[in-house]
Design a protein around this ligand. Structure first.
Ligand SMILES: [Zn+2]
Length: 177
Protein backbone atom coordinates (compact mmCIF):
# COMPACT_ATOMS: atom_id res chain seq x y z
CA UNK A 1 0.00 0.00 0.00
CA UNK A 2 1.22 3.48 -0.87
CA UNK A 3 0.87 6.52 1.41
CA UNK A 4 -2.35 8.24 0.46
CA UNK A 5 -4.19 5.08 -0.63
CA UNK A 6 -6.65 5.35 2.20
CA UNK A 7 -7.42 8.96 1.39
CA UNK A 8 -7.83 8.14 -2.31
CA UNK A 9 -10.17 5.23 -1.67
CA UNK A 10 -12.28 7.22 0.77
CA UNK A 11 -12.64 10.03 -1.71
CA UNK A 12 -16.10 10.18 -3.19
CA UNK A 13 -17.76 7.99 -0.57
CA UNK A 14 -21.52 8.49 -0.55
CA UNK A 15 -24.66 6.59 0.36
CA UNK A 16 -25.78 4.15 -2.31
CA UNK A 17 -29.28 3.48 -3.59
CA UNK A 18 -31.01 0.63 -5.45
CA UNK A 19 -30.69 2.65 -8.68
CA UNK A 20 -26.90 2.67 -8.21
CA UNK A 21 -26.89 -1.12 -8.14
CA UNK A 22 -29.06 -1.30 -11.27
CA UNK A 23 -26.84 1.26 -13.03
CA UNK A 24 -23.74 -0.74 -12.11
CA UNK A 25 -25.24 -3.91 -13.64
CA UNK A 26 -25.92 -1.91 -16.81
CA UNK A 27 -22.28 -0.85 -16.95
CA UNK A 28 -21.14 -4.43 -16.36
CA UNK A 29 -23.31 -5.64 -19.24
CA UNK A 30 -21.04 -3.57 -21.50
CA UNK A 31 -17.74 -4.91 -20.14
CA UNK A 32 -16.64 -7.61 -22.54
CA UNK A 33 -14.35 -10.56 -22.04
CA UNK A 34 -11.02 -9.47 -23.62
CA UNK A 35 -10.62 -12.91 -25.20
CA UNK A 36 -14.16 -13.23 -26.52
CA UNK A 37 -15.31 -9.64 -27.11
CA UNK A 38 -18.96 -10.57 -27.69
CA UNK A 39 -19.73 -11.90 -24.22
CA UNK A 40 -19.90 -9.59 -21.22
CA UNK A 41 -18.64 -10.32 -17.74
CA UNK A 42 -22.31 -10.69 -16.76
CA UNK A 43 -22.92 -13.24 -19.56
CA UNK A 44 -19.90 -15.20 -18.32
CA UNK A 45 -21.33 -15.25 -14.82
CA UNK A 46 -18.14 -14.03 -13.19
CA UNK A 47 -19.81 -11.11 -11.41
CA UNK A 48 -21.45 -12.84 -8.47
CA UNK A 49 -22.73 -9.92 -6.39
CA UNK A 50 -23.05 -6.17 -6.63
CA UNK A 51 -23.80 -4.13 -3.54
CA UNK A 52 -22.82 -0.95 -1.76
CA UNK A 53 -20.14 -1.06 0.90
CA UNK A 54 -18.73 1.79 2.99
CA UNK A 55 -19.83 4.43 0.51
CA UNK A 56 -18.63 2.69 -2.67
CA UNK A 57 -19.88 0.20 -5.20
CA UNK A 58 -18.64 -3.27 -4.23
CA UNK A 59 -18.41 -6.32 -6.49
CA UNK A 60 -17.68 -9.95 -5.87
CA UNK A 61 -15.88 -11.40 -8.90
CA UNK A 62 -15.04 -15.06 -9.45
CA UNK A 63 -12.38 -15.48 -12.17
CA UNK A 64 -12.98 -18.04 -14.90
CA UNK A 65 -10.12 -20.45 -15.38
CA UNK A 66 -7.70 -20.13 -12.49
CA UNK A 67 -4.43 -18.74 -13.70
CA UNK A 68 -6.13 -17.36 -16.79
CA UNK A 69 -4.02 -14.32 -17.72
CA UNK A 70 -7.18 -12.45 -18.72
CA UNK A 71 -8.35 -12.24 -15.10
CA UNK A 72 -6.45 -9.09 -14.18
CA UNK A 73 -7.32 -7.46 -17.49
CA UNK A 74 -11.00 -8.16 -16.84
CA UNK A 75 -10.80 -6.72 -13.33
CA UNK A 76 -9.09 -3.58 -14.61
CA UNK A 77 -11.71 -3.22 -17.35
CA UNK A 78 -14.51 -3.54 -14.79
CA UNK A 79 -12.92 -0.98 -12.49
CA UNK A 80 -12.34 1.48 -15.33
CA UNK A 81 -15.86 1.13 -16.75
CA UNK A 82 -17.41 1.75 -13.32
CA UNK A 83 -15.18 4.79 -12.73
CA UNK A 84 -16.12 6.21 -16.12
CA UNK A 85 -19.77 5.74 -15.21
CA UNK A 86 -19.26 7.88 -12.12
CA UNK A 87 -18.63 5.26 -9.45
CA UNK A 88 -15.63 6.47 -7.53
CA UNK A 89 -13.08 3.94 -6.29
CA UNK A 90 -15.02 0.73 -7.02
CA UNK A 91 -14.16 -2.12 -4.66
CA UNK A 92 -13.58 -5.50 -6.28
CA UNK A 93 -13.38 -8.62 -4.20
CA UNK A 94 -12.01 -11.78 -5.80
CA UNK A 95 -13.78 -14.90 -4.59
CA UNK A 96 -12.38 -18.29 -5.60
CA UNK A 97 -14.87 -20.55 -3.83
CA UNK A 98 -17.08 -21.90 -5.24
CA UNK A 99 -14.99 -22.08 -8.39
CA UNK A 100 -16.42 -20.64 -11.58
CA UNK A 101 -18.06 -23.14 -13.87
CA UNK A 102 -19.14 -22.94 -17.50
CA UNK A 103 -22.62 -23.71 -16.09
CA UNK A 104 -22.68 -20.04 -15.04
CA UNK A 105 -22.57 -18.75 -18.63
CA UNK A 106 -25.99 -17.29 -19.43
CA UNK A 107 -28.15 -18.52 -22.30
CA UNK A 108 -27.57 -15.18 -24.04
CA UNK A 109 -23.85 -15.67 -23.55
CA UNK A 110 -24.02 -19.15 -25.14
CA UNK A 111 -25.89 -17.74 -28.12
CA UNK A 112 -23.34 -14.96 -28.56
CA UNK A 113 -20.47 -17.46 -28.39
CA UNK A 114 -22.09 -19.55 -31.13
CA UNK A 115 -22.74 -16.48 -33.30
CA UNK A 116 -19.10 -15.52 -32.85
CA UNK A 117 -17.99 -18.96 -34.10
CA UNK A 118 -17.11 -20.55 -30.79
CA UNK A 119 -18.99 -23.69 -29.78
CA UNK A 120 -20.41 -23.02 -26.29
CA UNK A 121 -19.77 -25.51 -23.48
CA UNK A 122 -22.07 -28.53 -23.71
CA UNK A 123 -24.00 -29.82 -20.74
CA UNK A 124 -23.26 -29.51 -17.10
CA UNK A 125 -19.72 -29.78 -15.80
CA UNK A 126 -20.79 -31.63 -12.68
CA UNK A 127 -22.72 -34.30 -14.62
CA UNK A 128 -19.87 -34.73 -17.06
CA UNK A 129 -17.32 -35.57 -14.41
CA UNK A 130 -19.71 -38.10 -12.87
CA UNK A 131 -20.47 -39.92 -16.09
CA UNK A 132 -17.09 -39.47 -17.74
CA UNK A 133 -18.69 -39.25 -21.17
CA UNK A 134 -17.54 -37.01 -23.96
CA UNK A 135 -20.19 -34.67 -25.33
CA UNK A 136 -21.20 -34.09 -28.92
CA UNK A 137 -19.87 -30.71 -29.98
CA UNK A 138 -21.87 -29.15 -32.80
CA UNK A 139 -20.23 -26.95 -35.41
CA UNK A 140 -21.07 -23.30 -34.69
CA UNK A 141 -21.11 -22.59 -38.46
CA UNK A 142 -23.42 -25.30 -39.84
CA UNK A 143 -24.62 -26.98 -36.63
CA UNK A 144 -23.39 -30.38 -37.79
CA UNK A 145 -22.68 -32.87 -34.98
CA UNK A 146 -19.94 -34.48 -37.13
CA UNK A 147 -16.93 -32.80 -35.60
CA UNK A 148 -13.50 -33.95 -34.53
CA UNK A 149 -11.05 -32.79 -31.90
CA UNK A 150 -7.84 -31.45 -33.43
CA UNK A 151 -6.14 -30.17 -30.30
CA UNK A 152 -6.95 -29.89 -26.60
CA UNK A 153 -5.72 -26.30 -26.81
CA UNK A 154 -7.24 -23.79 -29.18
CA UNK A 155 -6.54 -20.06 -29.41
CA UNK A 156 -6.29 -19.96 -25.61
CA UNK A 157 -5.88 -22.63 -22.93
CA UNK A 158 -9.58 -22.30 -22.10
CA UNK A 159 -10.59 -23.59 -25.51
CA UNK A 160 -10.08 -26.73 -27.56
CA UNK A 161 -9.65 -26.76 -31.34
CA UNK A 162 -12.18 -28.74 -33.33
CA UNK A 163 -12.93 -29.19 -37.02
CA UNK A 164 -16.26 -29.79 -38.68
CA UNK A 165 -16.28 -32.85 -40.95
CA UNK A 166 -19.13 -31.40 -43.02
CA UNK A 167 -18.17 -27.79 -43.72
CA UNK A 168 -14.50 -28.50 -42.88
CA UNK A 169 -14.22 -25.28 -40.86
CA UNK A 170 -12.00 -25.39 -37.78
CA UNK A 171 -13.50 -23.81 -34.68
CA UNK A 172 -12.84 -23.20 -31.00
CA UNK A 173 -14.84 -25.05 -28.38
CA UNK A 174 -15.21 -23.35 -25.01
CA UNK A 175 -14.17 -26.16 -22.69
CA UNK A 176 -16.60 -27.28 -20.06
CA UNK A 177 -15.35 -27.03 -16.50
ZN1 LIG B 1 -19.74 -27.13 -40.02
Amino acid sequence: MQPGDLITSDHGARPGSPSDIAAAWQVLNEVMDPEVPVVSVVDLGIVREVDWLHGHIHLVVTPTYSGCPATEVIEDDIRLALEQAGFSAPKLERRLTPAWSTDWISDEGRERLRAYGIAPPVGSSSKRSLLGESPTICCPQCNSPHTELLSQFGSTACKALYRCRDCLEPFDYFKCI
